[in-house]
Design a protein around this ligand. Structure first.
Ligand code: ADP
Ligand code: LRH
Length: 486
């Protein structure tokens, strides 16, 4: 079966063709396009129509290579497009890095304090979670006119097929889904004064969403009917499906612009210590719980590169990573999750400021800045993996790293050293693989549970192994003691 995965990340969108069958999983990229946020006045937006164009271009390219048997869409979480009563998009979706969302936090906490909210939605406090975004926009002309809020993959699915739905893995990131019942939390919505029908009916990965509209078929040159299947539409949910685990005892780092670090569980952990440690209970494919922590991730690095490029300084990723491998470790480490890193801006300056604040000598060169980022990320992964296992009462023997960051050999070795565990790095395109696998299973090309899907990934995709180096635990314990846990 020849299936198309649309996978939209914060840094790029990609359309991939997956050829899937028993013992077969081959992925080919047919379109990749930049995903560039647009600052308009004081608000930061996604250019969702440019992304839709990238999707159409990708579908057209997919069709040039052969028949397209199906499509699935996943993207980053949290952000929504608002539709009016005629189904028209009310402005571009706001980016979660927009500073204005935080205004909603107090409004939500006025109806459900942080403890209560965690009991309901089980999410790490992040100031941009959809519930805060919507609360901050109450009373605006836009939200008043809105009849439907669609998460980004659901919005694209709507434009491709007409379907109006909310796929549940991504719905679980909104803060409006009850982590226990896995249904929309009407009491929370009512307390916030948000209309219930703003939220569309929930669907699950594997559910059929419809077929591409005649307009889309005409625009892409595809021959219908082409079914769109709900996948783990949250990119992290699809990425976790694409983890090539051979055991249940694994932790994962979905390592892209964000790093999502955690374990897979059958049920949520909604305890006070879990909330205090900033752990989230998002839903995974097949009813699993993704018990994880959002770590600021390679955003620190990509924004540093952008800052340097704008200043006319060298900004080649490969060269800077090689240089970072040559500078001494642990010159300085920062708390990657400091909220000051969230918005776009001058990361090297912010890193230097944080080093000074914590009594450390700030990095003196670009290579030292990169090294500081990578050491700090590995430290954050160590803490998140250990805390996830402690709080969930699980035990892990290996850390799987998927996403673009799996290409970063220095970061992978540091992660193995910091966690004191074997790291298996790859596949880079785990989200697209998880996307096509869930489609393939729904359409009958493969069968089995997550273990069988992962076995197929394992037998077909390249993975690189990193072992912790002798003596690293002493060094990492010392470095951990230097920075208090958040
Ligand atoms: P997203 O899905 O959030 O857009 P990706 O999974 O595509 O993110 O990962 C992007 C990140 O992967 C980049 O910020 C970069 O740090 C890292 N990356 C990509 N290619 C390489 C490479 N060749 N070497 C090292 N790191 C890489
Ligand atoms: C990663 C991701 C992450 C969310 C963030 C908004 O791409 O989906 O899981 O928290 O984007």
């Amino acid at each position: 079966m020849r299936l198309t995965a649309v996978d939209l990340g914060a840094s790029s969108g990609r359309v991939m063709v997956g050829e899937v069958g028993p013992g077969r999983l081959e992925l080919t990229e047919v379109n990749r396009f930049a995903n560039r946020p647009v600052q308009l006045g004081d608000r930061l937006h996604w250019d969702v129509l440019a992304l839709f164009t990238g999707v159409l271009d990708g579908l057209r390219a997919a069709g040039r290579g052969g028949p397209v048997d199906g499509v699935g869409i996943d993207s980053w979480a949290v952000d929504v497009g608002l539709l009016d009563a005629d189904g028209a998009l009310l402005g571009n979706p706001l980016h979660h890095r927009d500073a204005g969302h935080a205004r909603g936090v107090d409004q939500v906490h006025a109806v459900a304090d942080a403890d209560r909210l965690y009991q309901v939605n089980g999410l790490q406090h992040l100031p941009f979670t959809t519930v805060f975004q919507l609360a901050a926009r109450r009373g605006t002309a836009q939200l008043t006119a809105a009849r439907t809020a669609l998460l980004v993959p659901d919005l694209l699915a709507h434009w491709l097929t007409g379907a109006v739905s909310a796929e549940v893995t991504n719905a679980s990131t909104t803060g409006l889904l009850d982590a226990t019942t896995r249904q929309w939390s009407w009491p929370l919505l009512d307390a916030l004064g948000l209309p219930r029908d703003l939220l569309p009916p929930l669907v699950s990965p594997g559910d059929p969403l419809g077929v591409l509209t005649p307009e889309v078929l005409a625009q892409t040159g595809l021959t219908g009917p082409v079914p769109l299947t709900a996948v783990g539409s949250h990119d992290t949910a699809s990425a976790v499906v694409g983890v090539p685990a051979a055991t249940d005892r694994f932790a994962y780092v979905s390592c892209g612009t964000w790093s999502l670090v955690g374990v897979e569980l059958p049920a949520p952990v909604l305890t006070g210590p879990s909330r205090a440690a900033g752990f989230t209970n998002e839903l995974g494919v097949d009813g699993t719980v993704r018990y994880l922590r959002n770590v600021m991730g390679l955003w620190l690095l990509s924004e540093s590169l952008r800052t340097w490029a704008d200043a006319g300084l060298p900004a080649d990723l490969g060269e800077l990573l090689s240089a970072a491998a040559r500078v001494p470790a642990f010159t300085a480490v920062v708390d990657c999750d400091d909220p000051r890193f969230l918005p776009p801006g001058d990361m090297p300056a912010r890193i230097a400021a944080l080093c000074a604040e914590t009594g450390q000598t700030p990095p003196q060169s670009q290579a030292q800045t990169v090294r500081c980022i990578l050491d700090s990320l590995a430290l954050a992964y160590r803490r998140a993996v250990r805390t996830a296992t402690e709080l969930s009462g699980t035990d892990v023997e290996v850390v799987h790293v998927v996403g673009g960051g799996a290409r970063n050999t220095l970061l992978m070795q540091l992660t193995a050293d910091a966690c004191g565990l074997r790291v298996l790095a790859g596949p880079v395109e785990a989200a697209a693989l998880g996307n096509v696998l869930v489609q393939a299973r729904a359409l009958g090309a493969v069968s089995g549970g997550l273990a069988e899907l992962r076995a197929l990934v394992r037998s077909t995709q390249d993975v690189v192994r990193y072992e912790p180096r002798t003596g690293s635990e002493v060094a990492w314990a010392a470095i951990e003691a230097r920075l208090p846990a958040r």
